[in-house]
Design a protein around this ligand. Structure first.
Ligand code: DX5
Ligand code: ZN
Length: 220
Protein backbone atom coordinates (compact mmCIF):
# COMPACT_ATOMS: atom_id res chain seq x y z
CA UNK A 1 0.00 0.00 0.00
CA UNK A 2 1.46 3.37 -1.02
CA UNK A 3 1.25 6.14 1.58
CA UNK A 4 0.74 9.76 0.46
CA UNK A 5 1.06 12.10 3.46
CA UNK A 6 -0.91 15.34 3.05
CA UNK A 7 1.08 18.31 4.38
CA UNK A 8 -2.21 20.03 5.27
CA UNK A 9 -1.74 19.13 8.96
CA UNK A 10 2.07 19.41 8.98
CA UNK A 11 3.82 22.05 11.11
CA UNK A 12 4.36 24.80 8.50
CA UNK A 13 6.92 26.44 10.78
CA UNK A 14 9.20 23.47 9.99
CA UNK A 15 7.73 22.13 6.78
CA UNK A 16 11.02 21.04 5.20
CA UNK A 17 11.93 18.99 8.27
CA UNK A 18 8.48 17.35 8.35
CA UNK A 19 8.76 16.38 4.69
CA UNK A 20 12.27 14.96 5.16
CA UNK A 21 11.01 12.99 8.20
CA UNK A 22 8.20 11.56 6.08
CA UNK A 23 10.57 10.63 3.26
CA UNK A 24 12.97 8.98 5.75
CA UNK A 25 10.02 7.09 7.28
CA UNK A 26 9.41 5.48 3.87
CA UNK A 27 6.31 7.18 2.48
CA UNK A 28 5.74 7.08 -1.29
CA UNK A 29 4.13 10.34 -2.43
CA UNK A 30 3.68 13.86 -1.01
CA UNK A 31 0.06 15.06 -1.29
CA UNK A 32 -0.45 18.82 -1.64
CA UNK A 33 -3.94 20.09 -0.78
CA UNK A 34 -4.68 23.24 -2.76
CA UNK A 35 -7.83 25.06 -1.57
CA UNK A 36 -9.09 28.39 -2.97
CA UNK A 37 -11.87 29.36 -0.51
CA UNK A 38 -14.40 29.01 -3.38
CA UNK A 39 -14.76 25.34 -4.32
CA UNK A 40 -14.13 24.61 -0.62
CA UNK A 41 -14.52 27.09 2.28
CA UNK A 42 -10.86 26.88 3.28
CA UNK A 43 -7.77 28.50 1.72
CA UNK A 44 -4.41 26.72 1.96
CA UNK A 45 -1.44 27.42 -0.32
CA UNK A 46 -0.44 27.55 -3.99
CA UNK A 47 2.43 26.91 -6.41
CA UNK A 48 4.99 28.81 -4.31
CA UNK A 49 4.71 26.44 -1.35
CA UNK A 50 4.57 23.47 -3.74
CA UNK A 51 7.89 24.62 -5.24
CA UNK A 52 9.41 24.76 -1.75
CA UNK A 53 8.16 21.22 -1.12
CA UNK A 54 9.40 19.73 -4.40
CA UNK A 55 12.83 21.28 -3.73
CA UNK A 56 12.95 19.39 -0.42
CA UNK A 57 12.04 15.89 -1.55
CA UNK A 58 12.83 13.39 -4.28
CA UNK A 59 9.36 11.85 -3.86
CA UNK A 60 6.61 12.27 -6.42
CA UNK A 61 4.47 15.29 -5.45
CA UNK A 62 0.77 15.42 -6.39
CA UNK A 63 -1.37 18.53 -6.24
CA UNK A 64 -5.01 17.95 -5.25
CA UNK A 65 -6.76 20.98 -6.76
CA UNK A 66 -9.83 21.86 -4.70
CA UNK A 67 -10.22 25.07 -6.70
CA UNK A 68 -12.56 26.55 -9.28
CA UNK A 69 -11.24 26.77 -12.90
CA UNK A 70 -8.21 24.55 -12.17
CA UNK A 71 -6.94 24.75 -15.77
CA UNK A 72 -5.72 28.30 -15.19
CA UNK A 73 -3.09 26.94 -12.78
CA UNK A 74 -1.76 23.76 -14.45
CA UNK A 75 1.33 25.47 -15.86
CA UNK A 76 2.17 26.97 -12.44
CA UNK A 77 2.08 23.57 -10.76
CA UNK A 78 4.17 22.06 -13.52
CA UNK A 79 6.71 24.87 -13.05
CA UNK A 80 6.62 24.20 -9.28
CA UNK A 81 7.86 20.65 -9.91
CA UNK A 82 4.58 18.84 -9.26
CA UNK A 83 4.40 15.50 -11.13
CA UNK A 84 0.67 14.69 -10.83
CA UNK A 85 -2.36 16.97 -10.79
CA UNK A 86 -5.69 15.74 -9.43
CA UNK A 87 -8.79 17.67 -10.51
CA UNK A 88 -12.37 17.49 -9.23
CA UNK A 89 -14.83 16.50 -11.95
CA UNK A 90 -17.23 19.02 -10.36
CA UNK A 91 -14.89 21.84 -11.51
CA UNK A 92 -14.17 20.53 -15.03
CA UNK A 93 -17.14 20.88 -17.40
CA UNK A 94 -14.81 20.13 -20.35
CA UNK A 95 -13.00 17.19 -18.77
CA UNK A 96 -11.74 15.69 -22.05
CA UNK A 97 -9.85 18.87 -22.99
CA UNK A 98 -8.74 19.34 -19.38
CA UNK A 99 -7.10 15.91 -19.48
CA UNK A 100 -5.51 16.75 -22.85
CA UNK A 101 -4.17 19.98 -21.35
CA UNK A 102 -2.49 18.04 -18.51
CA UNK A 103 -1.03 15.57 -21.00
CA UNK A 104 0.40 18.41 -23.09
CA UNK A 105 2.18 19.68 -19.96
CA UNK A 106 3.54 16.15 -19.34
CA UNK A 107 1.70 16.01 -16.01
CA UNK A 108 0.25 12.77 -14.68
CA UNK A 109 -3.55 12.93 -14.67
CA UNK A 110 -5.70 12.31 -11.59
CA UNK A 111 -9.45 12.82 -11.26
CA UNK A 112 -11.56 12.89 -8.12
CA UNK A 113 -15.09 13.60 -6.92
CA UNK A 114 -16.88 14.62 -3.73
CA UNK A 115 -18.34 11.90 -1.50
CA UNK A 116 -21.87 12.11 -2.94
CA UNK A 117 -21.04 12.79 -6.58
CA UNK A 118 -22.12 9.61 -8.43
CA UNK A 119 -19.20 7.50 -9.72
CA UNK A 120 -20.81 7.54 -13.15
CA UNK A 121 -19.55 11.15 -13.42
CA UNK A 122 -16.02 9.85 -14.03
CA UNK A 123 -16.72 6.48 -15.67
CA UNK A 124 -16.06 7.58 -19.27
CA UNK A 125 -12.78 9.23 -18.23
CA UNK A 126 -11.30 6.13 -16.58
CA UNK A 127 -9.41 4.92 -19.69
CA UNK A 128 -7.70 8.33 -19.96
CA UNK A 129 -6.28 8.83 -16.46
CA UNK A 130 -3.35 7.67 -14.33
CA UNK A 131 -5.15 7.89 -10.98
CA UNK A 132 -8.65 8.08 -9.55
CA UNK A 133 -9.09 9.57 -6.07
CA UNK A 134 -12.10 8.72 -3.91
CA UNK A 135 -12.86 11.49 -1.40
CA UNK A 136 -13.87 9.77 1.86
CA UNK A 137 -14.55 13.12 3.55
CA UNK A 138 -16.15 16.34 2.30
CA UNK A 139 -13.13 18.27 0.93
CA UNK A 140 -11.92 21.36 2.75
CA UNK A 141 -10.35 20.21 6.01
CA UNK A 142 -7.95 17.66 7.50
CA UNK A 143 -8.66 15.54 10.56
CA UNK A 144 -12.25 14.64 9.57
CA UNK A 145 -13.96 11.27 10.15
CA UNK A 146 -13.94 8.71 7.35
CA UNK A 147 -17.40 8.45 5.72
CA UNK A 148 -18.23 4.71 6.06
CA UNK A 149 -20.19 4.57 2.78
CA UNK A 150 -16.87 5.34 1.01
CA UNK A 151 -15.83 1.68 1.35
CA UNK A 152 -18.59 0.55 -1.02
CA UNK A 153 -17.65 3.31 -3.47
CA UNK A 154 -14.02 2.15 -3.40
CA UNK A 155 -15.09 -1.43 -4.14
CA UNK A 156 -17.37 -0.31 -7.00
CA UNK A 157 -14.64 1.83 -8.50
CA UNK A 158 -12.20 -1.09 -8.19
CA UNK A 159 -14.65 -3.21 -10.23
CA UNK A 160 -15.03 -0.43 -12.83
CA UNK A 161 -11.24 -0.16 -13.24
CA UNK A 162 -10.73 -3.94 -13.38
CA UNK A 163 -13.53 -4.33 -15.91
CA UNK A 164 -11.66 -2.11 -18.42
CA UNK A 165 -8.24 -3.48 -17.46
CA UNK A 166 -7.12 -0.05 -16.25
CA UNK A 167 -3.73 0.25 -14.56
CA UNK A 168 -4.75 3.55 -12.94
CA UNK A 169 -3.98 3.98 -9.24
CA UNK A 170 -7.02 3.94 -6.92
CA UNK A 171 -6.34 6.49 -4.19
CA UNK A 172 -8.50 7.30 -1.13
CA UNK A 173 -8.40 10.64 0.68
CA UNK A 174 -9.86 11.64 4.02
CA UNK A 175 -10.01 10.09 7.47
CA UNK A 176 -7.60 7.27 6.59
CA UNK A 177 -5.80 6.13 9.75
CA UNK A 178 -5.02 2.98 11.78
CA UNK A 179 -8.75 2.39 12.29
CA UNK A 180 -9.74 2.58 8.62
CA UNK A 181 -6.66 1.82 6.49
CA UNK A 182 -7.18 -1.98 6.30
CA UNK A 183 -10.84 -1.58 5.28
CA UNK A 184 -9.74 0.87 2.57
CA UNK A 185 -7.00 -1.49 1.31
CA UNK A 186 -9.33 -4.52 1.33
CA UNK A 187 -11.91 -2.56 -0.71
CA UNK A 188 -9.30 -2.08 -3.46
CA UNK A 189 -7.24 1.07 -2.86
CA UNK A 190 -3.59 1.04 -4.00
CA UNK A 191 -2.59 4.34 -2.40
CA UNK A 192 -3.97 6.33 0.53
CA UNK A 193 -3.70 9.97 1.52
CA UNK A 194 -2.82 10.23 5.20
CA UNK A 195 -2.83 13.69 6.74
CA UNK A 196 -3.52 13.80 10.48
CA UNK A 197 -2.55 10.11 10.71
CA UNK A 198 1.05 11.15 9.87
CA UNK A 199 1.36 14.80 10.92
CA UNK A 200 -0.04 15.12 14.45
CA UNK A 201 1.03 16.06 17.99
CA UNK A 202 0.56 12.59 19.47
CA UNK A 203 3.39 10.81 17.66
CA UNK A 204 6.47 11.59 15.62
CA UNK A 205 6.19 11.22 11.84
CA UNK A 206 8.32 8.07 12.03
CA UNK A 207 6.11 6.52 14.74
CA UNK A 208 2.93 7.47 12.87
CA UNK A 209 4.15 5.88 9.63
CA UNK A 210 5.34 2.81 11.56
CA UNK A 211 1.89 2.46 13.16
CA UNK A 212 0.24 2.55 9.73
CA UNK A 213 2.66 -0.03 8.27
CA UNK A 214 2.23 -2.28 11.34
CA UNK A 215 -1.56 -2.01 11.02
CA UNK A 216 -1.25 -3.08 7.38
CA UNK A 217 1.02 -5.93 8.48
CA UNK A 218 3.72 -4.53 6.18
CA UNK A 219 6.54 -3.90 8.62
CA UNK A 220 9.61 -5.84 7.53
C1 DX5 B 1 -9.33 17.30 2.49
C2 DX5 B 1 -8.00 16.95 1.83
C3 DX5 B 1 -7.37 15.72 2.44
C4 DX5 B 1 -7.05 15.89 3.93
C5 DX5 B 1 -6.57 14.59 4.49
O1 DX5 B 1 -9.99 18.27 1.72
O2 DX5 B 1 -8.18 16.69 0.46
O3 DX5 B 1 -6.18 15.39 1.72
O4 DX5 B 1 -6.06 16.89 4.09
O5 DX5 B 1 -6.40 14.77 5.87
P1 DX5 B 1 -6.81 13.56 6.87
O6 DX5 B 1 -6.00 12.36 6.43
O7 DX5 B 1 -6.42 14.08 8.22
O8 DX5 B 1 -8.28 13.33 6.70
ZN1 ZN C 1 -6.39 15.84 -0.56
Amino acid sequence: MKLAPSIYTADFARLGEQIRDAERAGVDVIHLDIMDGNFVPNITFGPMVCAAVTRNTSLLCEAHLMIEEPERTFHDYQEAGVTRVIVHVETCPHLFSTIQHLRQLKLQVGITLNPLTPLVALEEALPLVDLVLIMSVEPGYGGQKYIPASTHRIARLRQMLDRIGSQAELEVDGGVNVDTICEVRDAGASIVVVGSAVFNDAHSVAESVRNLRDTLGERA
